[in-house]
Design a protein around this ligand. Structure first.
Ligand SMILES: Cc1cc2nc3c(=O)[nH]c(=O)nc-3n(C[C@H](O)[C@H](O)[C@H](O)COP(=O)(O)O)c2cc1C
Length: 170
């Protein structure tokens, strides 16, 4: 078994966390993974917030529609992208996934909570005192998993083609 593919395939969204804090070294290493992501023209157009204040976690959770569980996470990352960078969304999504996998490598569960297209994006930015140069791309609450629900995945055969696409296969 390849250790990297095992980490990738072992990842599932976690929405119930133990109250234990996430180790500082894990947080730092996961952020290093995030900022190691590829970016268009190597702009690295991001800003990553690490939120551990209970008061801020409660407020962020209240802003969201499908992220109320942020309240009970020991930490929540907020990935912001520089609006002026043409590919900030792709860049920040790559960083978000690297962050999630960096956490998963240490057994820390997390869940990507939508940011960029949500009405609450501006409220989160203002709450965290982030310059309007940036926009929220993702929230990633994280912690040791208390409960993991396994999402079903589509059949790979129906989502992949080699060379040209055989419409009958889909
Ligand atoms: C862009 C994006 C936005 C998401 N937003 C939310 C969200 O707001 N709340 C939530 O509970 N999960 C959210 N998710 C997590 C998905 O629901 C989850 O990835 C999907 O159900 C598949 O489950 P898995 O992550 O366990 O494979 C989001 C995932 C992505 C990629």
């Amino acid at each position: 078994m390849n250790v990297v593919t095992a980490v990738i395939k072992g990842r599932h969204s976690v929405r119930k966390f133990k109250s234990d804090p996430v180790d500082e070294t894990v947080i730092h290493d996961a952020i290093k993974c995030a900022v190691h992501a590829p970016t268009a023209m190597n702009l690295q157009p991001w800003l990553i917030g690490v939120i551990r204040s209970k008061e801020l976690l409660d407020k962020i959770a209240d802003f969201t529609d499908h992220g109320k569980f942020i309240k009970d996470a020991p930490v929540c990352f907020a990935v912001f992208g520089e609006r002026n960078a043409k590919y900030y969304l792709e860049d920040c999504c790559a960083a978000t996934e690297n962050l999630i996998l960096g956490l998963q490598a240490y057994g820390v569960g997390s869940c990507w909570v939508a940011g960029e297209k949500k009405e609450y994006a501006e409220a989160v930015r203002k709450l965290l005192n982030v310059s309007e140069k940036y926009t929220l791309v993702a929230l990633v609450p994280a912690g040791l998993p208390q409960d993991i629900s396994l999402a079903s995945k589509k059949d790979v055969k129906k989502m992949v083609f080699f060379n040209t696409c055989d419409q009958g296969q889909l």
